[in-house]
Design a protein around this ligand. Structure first.
Ligand code: NAP
Length: 470
């Protein structure tokens, strides 16, 4: 099965309302506090994915522009790193507040360029903005340690210092939240950044920068460079290898993540990689099936199935398989037939919600990230078999388990080879817990205090000669 980009339709009225809300659209990139063109003066169009019609143009930047942005961020770092935690917290909270005032405007732009329904854009906005609020608080709690010294006249001090310039490269599926989740954390830590959004969704990033400017984020702390897919590799090379870059923070596919990891390795740079998933959604006989299917719908069809934590493989115990599939099918049927084809009434950019059974592990759809509204259900017999199937992937991002057996829940949490395990829930992301994967799903965590610590280096200082008279 070929994967396709899925969009959800909106009616004409909604479209007109959206158009009135697009006044924050920018057509220039943002470097060192200035709204600028590419040095080549080239541009590219941003398309509405439901119609393929242009909604704006932005600069098509290349390696030279990327270097300029990194230099600006490096210069700003000299000052930003020495601001107090209280000042950084204050700026982040102002940014959070101004974004909140512009909630509807940001969501309209999100819908226009990412193609998601307005309700989902508002949801992404609230989720993404919560990171700015959370990191405004966290900024004031990045503490060091004084640990017990093995020497009588020496003191050991451990401090956390910002990494420097962070290169932020983000995907199209959550164009706002993937920026705030990184930039909120790195700014709290005292770092500055250059953001390269996807060619498909640069406008949301530019709006975020515009609101940051209004909030008083100093020039150079946040820079946004826009580039077409053609220039992505050249821009990425600078962002991964420039000596002034301290960290590469990437969210996107495992394929591109590995390329960037390789580039960053030559400078032994810190990386934070949030990559693709292949989440199992495991249902045991003790689960409440009606509730479980409701959670399955959230875990599978949120963002039209285009979420890294989206359920990718439904593993259902044989005793409840038929009942689960029937309830699942009926809940989808409520709206459309059981898919498997383009939703032609909306054009060729839309695909129907689809449920597949009888899928075998050697099929492509079983092992790769589906990233679309297609649910795949398979049977299992025992807990061990469910674990074996679930763990049989190189991905290790999110996983879901539905059971009322407490011991089983604990065993699954311990044995599942995934960075995140949701027991009896289909949604698990929030600013407070650490988000991230193991195996080929990434390195590092976002959100929580761990998400801020990703952007710091630990420094050990030994104070010696403390004895009197020395
Ligand atoms: P992608 O193709 O890997 O692209 C991600 C970003 O990398 C885009 O900005 C892209 O620019 C850029 N890029 C591509 N090639 C590059 C290169 N050689 N050098 C520098 N930058 C380069 O991913 P996507 O299709 O946008 O997003 C979907 C993927 O992201 C899925 O696999 C999903 O699971 C993953 N994801 C993971 C998380 C998480 O938290 N773990 C969250 C969301 C999404 P262009 O778009 O302009 O090519």
């Amino acid at each position: 099965m070929e994967l396709i980009r899925v969009n959800t339709s909106m009616n004409l009225n909604k479209f007109l309302i959206l158009n009135r809300r697009l006044h924050l659209l920018k057509s220039k990139a943002y470097i060192n506090g200035d709204w600028v063109n590419a040095q080549s003066n080239k541009t590219f169009s941003v398309l509405d994915p439901s119609t393929d019609k242009p909604i704006g143009t932005v600069p098509d930047m290349d390696a030279t522009d990327a270097k300029r942005a990194v230099d600006a961020a490096a210069e700003a770092f000299k000052t930003w790193r020495n601001t107090t935690a209280k000042e950084r917290s204050y700026v982040l909270r102002r940014w959070f507040g101004i974004c909140k005032e512009n909630r509807d405007n940001v969501a309209a732009i999100l819908t226009a360029e990412a193609g998601k329904p307005l309700s989902e854009s508002l949801g992404e906005f609230d989720y993404g903005n919560a990171f700015l609020e959370f990191f405004a608080d966290t900024a004031r709690h990045i503490n060091g340690e004084i640990v017990s010294s093995p020497w009588p006249n020496k003191q050991i001090l451990i401090t956390r210092q910002p990494l420097g310039v962070v290169s932020v490269i983000t995907p199209w599926n959550f164009p706002y939240a993937m920026i705030t989740r990184k930039v909120g954390a790195l700014m709290a830590a005292g770092c500055t950044c250059v953001i390269k959004p996807s060619e498909d969704t640069p406008l949301t990033a530019l709006v975020a920068a515009q609101l940051a400017e209004q909030a008083g984020v100093p020039k150079g702390v946040i820079n946004v460079i826009t580039s077409s897919r053609e220039n992505a590799a050249a821009v990425g090379k600078v962002m991964c290898q420039d000596p002034n870059v301290g960290c590469v923070s990437f969210t996107g596919s495992t394929f591109v993540g590995k390329i960037l990891y390789g580039l960053a390795a030559s400078g032994v740079k810190r990386v934070a990689l949030e990559l693709g998933g292949n989440a199992p959604f495991i249902v045991f006989p003790s689960a409440d099936l009606e509730y479980t299917v409701d959670q399955a719908l959230l875990a599978k069809f949120r963002n039209a199935g285009q979420a890294c934590v989206g359920a990718n493989r439904f593993l259902i115990h044989k005793d409840v398989f038929d009942e689960f599939v029937t309830i699942f099918k009926n809940k989808i049927s409520a709206k459309v037939e059981i898919g498997g084809k383009y939703a032609k009434q909306f054009g060729t950019n839309f695909y129907e919600a689809t449920l597949l059974v009888g899928v075998k592990p050697d099929m492509k759809i079983y092992s790769q990230e589906i990233f679309g509204p297609v649910a795949v259900c398979s049977k299992f017999n025992t807990e061990d078999e469910a674990l074996q199937i679930a763990n049989n992937t190189r991905s290790g991002l999110a996983s879901y388990v539905f059971t009322k057996d407490l011991g089983q829940a604990f065993r699954m949490s311990r044995e599942l080879e995934f960075g995140m395990v949701a027991i009896n829930d289909g949604i698990l992301s929030a600013p407070e817990p650490p988000f991230g994967g193991i195996k080929e799903s990434g390195i590092g965590r976002e959100g929580s205090r761990h998400g801020v610590e990703e952007y710091t280096d630990i420094k050990y200082t030994l104070f010696s000669g403390l004895a009197k008279g020395m």
